[in-house]
Design a protein around this ligand. Structure first.
Ligand code: TTP
Ligand code: MG
Ligand code: MG
Length: 440
């Protein structure tokens, strides 16, 4: 098969670069976006001048101030970053319709079919970098390769203002010397386990016998082995908006305990609501899924008079749908094995403004809670009711879900690979195609 040409484009020190672009006096200075140096937040973005001092995203502002006392600390100005993001995405779209934005400052492009028009991969990459610099005033780093995995690693390698080309056939050799943490899908936990096998570089991983990986990591092991060799068939998902967001939970022990069931539904409603809010969309339909101990699966859904992204509303609907089904399971002496909540029939929040009847103060409070959660992790903000539920973080995102990927300012470094290890509780994405229409 003829090889594909894939680009990964990622802006350099994005939020900080927008600030330096708009305030020339800040150019060449250490700029730290996130808030006041003494405040409780974390660093969103650090300019490369600030990184020299060891400041990076997700570090506490206090620590950043300690390391870089002369840094210029600025609040997050989301509106301007959103606009810059839109401007850059519009440039990328000029080179191919096959464009997949994966966060506010990065996207994959499949330019296989664009080369007759615009030149080969490296030429297109150079043209994109020039256009982003001239038209938007920012620098981007670009990786060019035959697949998404390798292109993403490549764009990160020579930041800032980098351009790294990996010719087809050289994927494995390119990855081999790099530390294992650079491989997408290898989180801290996986890296720790691999260290037991003396795996330090991606090449070490590629050299490990596939059966060792499979016996240690199961299905994930097989995909690890492939990716270590630079193999990735995932297509660029062009204009592939998510159709749904869902959470599913399999209980450690089958249950009919009302408190446990309601708490689980609430946690999942909160997860769905949080993901909808951070992506700026609302769900017009809420669905639940229930599986009993004989593995019979029931799905129910309700179309709402007004689309929502609010936890309480999602919970209320999910509970109303689940209650009679749980009662029926209980009545026949069964127990609940799995529960799921999904929001679908999604629409942009702005376009839904006509329906906007909820209390703006309440929305403000919820959005504030979301942003705290995003900064400090879920534990910080989980409702009292959810404590002790021993559920995975309800705010967890799925890098495979385009809706989650476009959520604002959310790091998409995925620990997904560590989910699904033997026998643990799992939370996954529900596939809406499984869900029959209302009252089916
Ligand atoms: P990144 O592309 O991860 O980082 P960056 O653009 O600041 O730096 P780099 O040159 O290494 O690409 O993220 C893009 C923006 O998303 C970043 O400028 C700010 C925001 N962000 C956060 O708010 N919190 C985070 O933890 C991360 C990683 C990013
Ligand atoms: Mg970036
Ligand atoms: Mg990025």
């Amino acid at each position: 098969m003829a090889h594909r040409t894939i680009l990964h484009v990622d802006l350099d020190a994005f939020f900080a670069s927008v600030e330096q672009r708009d305030r020339p006096e800040l150019r060449g200075r250490p700029v730290i976006v996130g808030g006041e140096p003494g405040s409780r937040g974390v660093v969103s973005a650090a300019s490369y001048e600030a990184r020299v001092f060891g400041v990076h995203s997700a570090m506490s502002l206090t620590e950043a101030a300690r390391r870089c006392p002369d840094g210029v600390f600025l609040p997050v100005d989301g509106r301007r970053y959103q606009q810059a993001s839109r401007d850059v995405m519009a440039i990328l779209r000029r080179f191919t319709p096959q464009m997949e934005p994966i966060s506010i400052d990065e996207a994959f492009l499949d330019v296989t079919g664009s080369q007759a028009l615009f030149g080969d991969g490296p030429t297109i990459a150079a043209r994109i970098k020039a256009a982003v610099r001239e038209d938007v005033g920012l620098t981007a780093s670009v990786g060019v390769a035959s697949n998404k995995l390798v292109a993403k690693v490549a764009s990160d390698l020579r930041k800032p203002d980098g351009l790294v080309v990996v010719p087809p056939g050289e994927e494995a050799a390119f990855l081999a010397p790099l530390p294992i943490g650079r491989l997408w899908g290898v989180g801290a936990k996986t890296a720790a386990v691999l260290a037991d096998y003396r795996v330090r570089t991606i090449g070490d991983l590629a050299a490990l016998p596939a059966n060792v990986l499979e016996s240690r990591f199961g299905k994930h092991g097989a995909s690890l082995a492939e990716r270590a060799r630079g193999i990735d068939a995932d297509p660029v998902h062009e204009g592939d908006p998510a159709k749904s967001v869902g959470h599913e939970h399999t209980f450690d022990v089958d249950t009919t305990d009302r408190e446990v069931i309601e708490r689980t539904l609430l946690a999942m409603a909160d997860g769905v609501g949080g993901r909808l809010r951070s992506a700026g969309v609302r769900a017009g339909t809420i669905a639940i899924r229930l599986r009993d101990n004989s593995f019979e699966t029931i799905s129910r859904q309700k179309t709402l008079p007004e689309p929502t992204d609010m936890t309480e509303r999602i919970y209320e609907v999910a509970l109303a749908l689940a209650r009679p089904e749980v009662a029926a399971i209980r009545a026949r002496g069964g127990k609940v094995r799995l529960l799921g909540v999904t929001g679908s029939n999604l629409g942009e929040r702005e376009q839904l403004a006509l329906f906007d009847t909820d209390d703006p103060r309440r929305r403000k409070a919820i959005e504030a809670a979301d942003s705290v959660r995003r900064r400090y992790g879920d534990e910080a903000m989980t409702r009292a009711r959810l404590l002790d539920a021993k559920l995975p973080a309800p705010f967890e995102r799925d890098p495979r879900n385009p809706l989650d990927r476009r959520a604002r300012g959310v790091p998409i470094e995925a620990e997904k690979s560590d989910a699904g290890q033997a026998g643990r509780d799992r939370q996954g994405d529900t596939d809406l195609d499984d869900i029959p229409p209302d009252d089916a």
